[in-house]
Every structure is written in C-alpha cells, then in structure tokens.
Ligand binder design. Structure first.
Ligand SMILES: N[C@@H](CCC(=O)N[C@@H](CS)C(=O)NCC(=O)O)C(=O)O
Length: 213
C-alpha cells in the first residue's frame, strides 16, 4: 500500500497555526492509523510546480503513489476509502458521509469563511451582511447536533472531521447560544487523533521558526 504524502507550507505566521488545512489530512491519517509523511513547499515562492498540483496556489494537496489531488475535502474522501474508521463501506453509510462532507464545505464553510473574511477586514457583526445567513446555517446545525452524537452513519467519520474543523473556529461560534454545537466541537477535538494532528502541525511550524533564526 502506498504511503500518503501531505503537502503543506514550509512556514506560516503565528495566526493561522493550528488551522492550516493540512491538519484535516493529518487528522484523518491519525484516525485511520495510516502511515503518512508531511512535505513542504515554500510559501514565499509558489512556482509552476506548485500550481500544477494546486491550481489556486494553496495548500494542502495530497500525493499517494501516482495520484495527486488538491482540495482538502477531496483528500479526505480519498483517505476515507482506506479505512472504515473514516467512512463505512456500506452504500447507505457512504452516501450519508458524502452528503455531510459536502454540507460542511458547501453549506457551512461556504458561508463561514466569507463571513470571517469580512470580519477580519473590519466589518462588525451588525455590519457584516453575511451574519444573518451564517446564523441561519448555525441554527440548523444546532438542531441536527442536538439529535445525534455524530453526523453520519452512526459513527465518527470524515464528515465529522471536516464539520468540526469548520466549526472549531471560535469567531464563527461567537454569537448565539448553541450548546449542542459547543459539545460537538469539544467532543471531536477531544479525540486523541485530533490532538496528535494539531500538536504535529504546531511543532512543524515551530521547527520552521527555529530554522529561520
Ligand atoms: N478549498 C481549499 C482551501 C485551501 C486554503 O484555503 N488553503 C489555505 C491554507 S489553510 C492557503 O493555502 N492559503 C494561502 C492562500 O490562499 O494564498 C481546501 O479546502 O483545500
């Protein structure tokens, strides 16, 4: 079996550490007990080789033998085929996981990232034209999460991994009272596989600081 290689930046400033999306792929490998490697590309020099593998000049991307794929969600689904710890094999369970992975990306993150971006560029919650839309999405998630422990197929899956990664950004959950969502994020991020992935990413960028000195 080939060993997945997760590609991320060689260095990032303090702010995004712990949130760079290579963490999603690290977390999945840790959950599945997959042997994997992390390699880097220079953040300051996004050359043609990088664009050939990630057309938007971003990270992460994943290589696995002959396969190279970008988009963290695609990488997660690729890894999920390797382990039932990430996605069950039965068609109904798999379909359930697929729909919730897309919901995390295309119904929640699709609103939360632009909302957050307007916020860091100076819009207050009241001024941010996306606040109502985000609140609506979070309210629906709160209802869903108050009825179940994990989103799909009656077990923790990559759908939870990505939904929890989207929701764990504190600013996104800052307004409103959503106890089920809070408990869900706490439950997902208390998993030892998340802790290892997070610690490894932090150590990776700390080592890059040391190398730059
Ligand atoms: N939709 C992409 C988003 C990737 C993304 O936003 N990557 C960030 C790091 S987490 C990045 O490379 N930012 C630098 C940039 O956009 O120039 C995915 O999920 O893989």
């Amino acid at each position: 079996m080939t060993k997945p290689i997760i590609w991320t930046w060689d260095w990032v400033p303090e702010g995004p550490r712990g949130f760079v999306r290579d963490l999603r792929l690290r977390w999945a490998c840790e959950e599945a007990g997959l042997d994997y490697e992390v390699r880097t590309i220079p953040i300051a020099d996004r050359g043609a080789g990088h664009l050939a593998r990630q057309p938007f000049g971003q990270v992460p991307f994943l290589t696995d033998g002959e396969i190279s794929l970008f988009e963290s969600g695609a990488g997660l689904l690729h890894l999920a085929r390797r382990s039932e710890a990430l996605m069950p094999r039965d068609p109904a369970g798999e379909a359930d996981v697929l729909q919730w992975v897309f919901a995390a990306l295309n119904s929640v993150e699709m609103v939360s990232v632009p909302w957050w971006f307007l916020g860091i560029n100076g819009a207050s919650e009241a001024d941010n034209g996306l606040t109502g839309w985000l609140e609506q999405r979070l309210t629906h998630m709160e209802r869903v999460l108050s009825e179940r422990e994990w989103l799909a197929a009656g077990q923790f899956t990559v759908a939870d991994l990505i939904m929890a990664d989207v929701l764990r950004i504190k600013a996104v959950r800052r307004f409103g009272d959503r106890p089920a969502t809070e408990a869900y994020v706490a439950r997902a991020t208390a998993r030892p596989a998340f802790a290892r992935a997070h610690a490894d990413q932090m150590a990776h960028f700390a080592a890059a600081d040391a190398a730059r000195r």
